[in-house]
Structure formats: structure tokens, C-alpha cells
Design a protein around this ligand. Structure first.
Ligand code: ATP
Length: 363
């Protein structure tokens, strides 16, 4: 049965040549039973280390890990009923696909008839039935990755851990395998934790996203919350494509209220949040999708650098008058050319405001 996974104050240090490196620091969160959670963040932020501690392949330096009520902090991997699939595919080259998928079951002593039944079920779910009697060398990269997923699937794990299982595949295969992984999740009664550095993958596949920043929790929330309610500038920059625009501004008192201004725009803001910040520098975050050429209450002048067509929409890459980089997503490029100026409007409700330490003041 799927278990919730609870991490309490997890820390992982690596020591090498007299130096200590903190890979994961004070990580506390509960992954709900049966959910699909993605761990995301830039290279080196501690994603794989976190996953390996959940798998039992690394022991935390401090803190505890529970699967449900069970403390598994020091339990070996084979005692956790967790299956893990890695980025680099680890199939046995001298065994057929059928033998590869069934190997774990054979080691556990499951009899042949039951093994075959489970192998065939997995193969059907992953659409590799026709490949069952082939050798790994006869398979494409995508098929090999399906076999690796099949080996995990047949074990009927409570916890399924996937470490960038698609990063070596091309875009089309990736899209296909994303669907397979989601189908697997639906068919298995398992809590799935998936590591990726691709935030689009994280946003589209999961119920919950854990974004890490240098080993620490930046935000753990459903994807929509990370998009609409980022707790920091770091989250707003990392989540969403193209990245959130950041515009510098200052808090000013106008006599009858408070505004954020850069000279061009002057956005009214509530006194309870800004009265004691008069004179402070802040950063406004506005998503490229929330900037509009058609009009709005506030605008910034944009000089066009490059216009990029993305399917049915266009991304205008440009610069504001004060030299900040800005991206605007528009439905129609209306013949915008490099060097031209236009006004991009936004609504105050669509803004994020960050203090000079990068924490969100309001969103
Ligand atoms: P990537 O996306 O590049 O795989 P990641 O977010 O998965 O990165 P980790 O592999 O967890 O990051 O590594 C976190 C930090 O810990 C990095 O600075 C890394 O160099 C360091 N690290 C990881 N494993 C070890 C190890 N076995 N010994 C020493 N340092 C390590």
C-alpha cells in the first residue's frame, strides 16, 4: 500500500579531503500517500541526494525518514519496499527483456507462473509486449527505459523513485514516456517521487513540487501554487517559461497612499504591507503571459530585441527603458521588428513583489 513519506530535519553532509559539503540541509516535509511528487531545481541543489536517502542508498547525517508510521532512516533499501529507476539505464545485457523485468521477482523467490503473469501485465501497461523476447541491445533508448520502468512496476512497490528517467531521450520520446509514467502511477498503489531539473516536466506531471535551493526547501506545494504564489524571487524565477520578468522599483508615499514606482509606472499598494518600507528598493515580478499590448492600468516601454514564434504564440524578448531584460508573450506579433518600441501593460493583481532579500511581500 502506498505510504506517506515524512522527512524531518534531514541533513546530508559529504566529506572529502578534509572538506565538508552540505548537500541537503534541514529538509522537513510530508509527501502524501499515493501522490506524484517531483523534486526539481538546478544542478547540484540536492535532488538526487534527497531521493537516494528516501531509497536507503544514502544515510542522512541527521534527521529521520518515515514511511507511514515506520522509521526507515537506517533501514537498508531492500527493507523499504521502494523501487528506483535511474537516469542511466541499468539492464542486464545478457538477459532478455522478460528476464530483466522478472529478475527482481526471481531473486525474491516468486514462482515462474506468477512472474510471467506480472511481467506480461507490466509489458502491456508499458507497451513493450512485442519486445519481451528481445535482448536489450535490440531496443531503442526509449524501449530500454520502459523495460527499466517495468522492472520497478512488477515489484508492486509502495514507493517508486525515479531519477531523471527521461533525460537521455529526445523530446518526442520524452513526451510519450511522461504519459507512460503517469499511467504507471495510476495503476500502481504507490507514492511516486520523481527527480528532474526540467521544471516543465515537474509542473505538468505532479500533484506536488518540491523546489530545492542549495540543499534547502525553497517551496513545497502543488504546481499551481508555485506558479501563482511563489514564496520568493528564486521560486518565481525558476518556475514558468519564459522566466518571470523582474523590474526594479521603489516604495513611495504619495500623501494618500503608497505606490511602487520606477518613474514610468506607479502602482498603488496596500499601506499595511508597505507603510514601513517607504524608500526601500523592491523587485516587481510579472510573468510574460500577464503582460499585454492591448492596454491595462500600468505599462512599461519595451524595445524589441528578438521575436520568437512558439507554436501559436510569440515571445518578444526586449529591454525596458532602464535596461532590464523583459519577455512578453503575445498571441499576435503584429509585425514587431527589432529596435521597435511598444508598451506592455500589466494589472497590479498579477504582480509579485519581492523585498531586497528576495522574499515575497505580496502576490
Ligand atoms: P544534478 O541535477 O546535477 O544531478 P542534484 O540536484 O541531483 O544535481 P546532488 O547530486 O544531490 O544534486 O548533489 C548535491 C551536492 O552534493 C552537489 O554539490 C554534489 O557535488 C554533492 N555530492 C553529491 N554526491 C556526492 C558524494 N558522493 N560525495 C561528495 N559530494 C557529493
Amino acid at each position: 500500500m502506498a505510504s506517506p513519506i515524512r522527512l524531518d530535519s534531514i541533513r546530508k553532509e559529504y566529506s572529502a579531503a578534509g572538506n565538508t559539503h552540505v548537500a541537503v540541509d534541514d529538509l522537513t516535509l510530508e509527501i502524501p500517500a499515493g501522490s506524484f511528487t517531483t523534486i526539481v531545481g538546478p544542478s547540484g541543489c540536492g535532488k538526487t541526494t534527497t531521493l537516494r536517502m528516501i531509497a536507503g542508498l544514502e544515510t542522512p547525517t541527521a534527521g529521520t525518514i518515515h514511511f507511514g508510521d515506520r522509521d526507515v532512516t537506517d533501514a537498508p533499501p531492500q527493507d523499504r519496499n521502494a523501487a528506483m529507476v535511474f537516469q542511466s539505464i541499468a539492464l542486464y545485457p545478457h538477459m532478455s527483456v522478460r528476464e530483466n523485468i522478472g529478475y527482481g521477482l526471481k531473486v525474491q523467490g516468486v514462482d515462474e507462473a506468477e512472474r510471467d503473469r506480472r511481467i506480461e501485465e507490466a509489458a502491456e501497461t508499458l507497451q513493450i509486449t512485442a519486445q519481451l523476447d528481445k535482448m536489450p541491445s535490440e531496443l531503442s533508448g526509449g524501449q530500454q527505459q520502459r523495460v527499466a520502468l517495468g522492472s520497478a512496476f512488477v515489484q508492486d512497490p509502495d514507493v517508486l523513485l525515479l531519477d531523471e528517467p527521461m533525460s537521455d531521450l529526445d523530446a518526442k520520446l520524452k513526451a510519450e514516456l511522461r504519459v507512460e509514467v503517469q499511467r504507471l502511477h495510476k495503476e500502481l498503489d504507490a507514492t511516486v517521487v520523481y527527480v528532474t531539473h526540467d521544471q516543465t516536466e515537474a509542473m505538468t506531471m505532479s500533484d506536488h513540487v518540491l523546489l530545492l535551493e542549495e540543499g534547502e526547501l525553497a517551496q513545497f506545494a502543488p504546481p499551481g501554487d508555485l506558479f501563482d504564489h511563489p514564496v520568493s524571487e528564486y521560486v518565481a524565477r525558476f518556475i514558468g517559461t519564459p522566466s518571470t520578468n523582474m523590474l526594479p522599483a521603489t516604495v513611495e508615499a504619495t500623501g494618500d497612499g503608497y505606490v511602487l514606482t520606477d518613474g514610468q509606472f506607479s502602482v498603488p499598494v496596500p499601506g499595511d504591507l508597505f507603510a514601513d518600507r517607504v524608500g526601500d528598493d523592491v523587485t516587481l515580478g510579472v510573468r510574460p503571459q500577464y503582460l499585454d499590448r492591448g492596454g491595462g492600468s500600468h505599462g512599461v516601454r519595451v524595445r524589441v530585441d528578438v521575436v520568437e514564434q512558439l507554436g501559436t504564440e510569440y515571445v518578444v524578448h526586449g529591454e525596458t527603458t532602464d535596461g532590464s531584460k523583459i519577455d512578453v508573450v503575445v498571441a499576435d506579433d503584429a509585425g514587431l521588428a527589432t529596435g521597435e518600441d511598444f508598451d506592455a501593460y500589466f494589472e497590479p493583481d498579477d504582480l509579485f513583489v519581492f523585498d531586497d532579500g528576495g522574499d515575497t511581500i505580496c502576490h
